[in-house]
Design a protein around this ligand. Structure first.
Ligand code: F6R
Length: 364
């Protein structure tokens, strides 16, 4: 049943290229993104004022990547909410808005309640769901299924990957409908997204490097992830994966926040995982990594193929391959998943069934 893999989590990490293809290719028509939602025409998309992305845990982290892509490409205001916060805070909603609900299981109780709240206020709801016919899929106005297949490991990996892909497709179509992306630009981004499965293959193959890094940090008490923009969203997800299955205390910070408190936690030998895949803020994150290094941190830097890494910044550098910068999260998440996985394995944890956690949270 695990297809020769020691754990479902590792199997599911390796299923990501297939999940990407299954999710993206049916929604591309003549090189353009096609959501195949007849009611959500370009004309309807053009009228959207604000987007609220609502979800829990890993799905919420996918929403953060979606928000950044939507705002950057379509220039539509988007915010991300934790479902359990959204439902109890009387959110400001307008019928011209769109609520995007993201869920692997389609049964998470807070997420379902958030959906019902939005509907009761007359706001259209688009759900990105993996389980066909689930409660969330049935209650939403529009559904974009992700095709990850069944996800058994409690820690979500391939479902997150295809949530990202679906949010990118949505962002491309929205930006095109809004006239923010030309047809040629939309086609280019769509083609890049279509080859994401191929782009991540070498990251899956590089697992020995990540396993080695995990072995260097296996006895650590706590760990920090830092990054900006997309890399901040990925820091949160990499950190959640690590603490969830390896029980290493881990926190993620927007790199610019370090000096507002967190840096007092950096002492000799503390691991800092710095993510720097975005050119515009590269130098900034590098200087933050350097600040932690000069206080004794052991820094693992994840960056792009040709980025110049000055001396005294990182103990280890993990390089990604050239790829469209906007889609870098798809490539970056793989080594972060593998890092969490190998830390958990080396620490003797029950990788697929971490303590106290359920796959689907149907209670508040
Ligand atoms: C973490 C994880 C959880 C879920 C969250 C939402 O690895 O899997 O954080 O993402 O419980 O679950 P769904 O997506 O089923 O609504």
């Amino acid at each position: 049943e695990k297809g020769g893999y020691p754990h479902f989590m590792l199997k599911e990490i390796h299923e990501q290229p297939a999940a990407i293809t299954a999710t993206v290719s049916p929604r591309v028509e003549d090189g353009m993104p096609d959501l195949r939602l007849p009611e959500l025409t370009d004309e309807r998309l053009r009228k959207i004022r604000n987007i609220h992305l609502v979800a829990c845990g890993t799905a919420m982290h996918a929403g953060m990547v979606g928000k950044t892509a939507i705002e950057r490409l379509a220039r539509v205001h988007a915010e991300v909410d934790i479902a359990s916060e959204f439902r109890y805070r009387d959110p400001i909603l307008d019928p011209e808005d769109l609520v995007i609900i993201i869920s692997q299981s389609g049964e998470t109780s807070d997420t379902l309640a958030a959906l019902r709240l939005a509907k009761s206020r007359g706001v259209p709801v688009l759900a990105i769901v993996n389980v066909v016919g689930s409660s969330i899929a049935r209650a939403a106005d529009y559904v974009l299924y992700t095709y990850a297949g069944p996800e058994i490991a409690v820690a979500s990996t391939k479902a997150y990957m295809v949530q990202l892909c679906t949010l990118y497709l949505f962002a491309f179509r929205l930006a095109y409908a809004k006239g923010r992306l030309s047809e040629a630009e939309t086609e280019h981004l769509t083609a890049e997204l279509l080859r994401a499965g191929e782009v991540i293959q070498p990251r899956l193959a590089d697992c020995e490097q990540i396993k080695y890094l995990a072995s260097r940090f296996v006895n650590t008490q706590s760990c920090f992830f830092i990054g900006r923009g997309f890399d901040y969203a990925l820091s949160l997800e990499g950190s959640l994966k690590l603490k969830e299955i390896s029980y290493v205390h881990s926190d993620a910070y927007a790199a610019g926040e370090l000096k507002h408190g967190t840096i007092s936690l950096i002492t000799e030998g503390v691991p800092v995982i710095a993510l720097a895949t975005q050119k515009q803020v590269y130098e900034k994150t590098i200087s933050n990594a350097k600040e932690t290094k000069s206080r004794g941190a052991r820094v693992i830097l994840f960056t792009t193929k040709d980025a110049v890494v000055p001396d005294g910044v990182a103990d280890y550098v993990v390089r990604l391959d050239d790829y469209e910068e906007l889609l870098m999260p798809l490539q970056l998440i793989v080594p972060l998943q593998l890092f969490a996985y190998y830390m958990a394995v080396l620490r003797g944890c029950d990788v697929d069934k971490p303590r106290n956690l359920a796959k689907s949270v149907t209670v508040e």
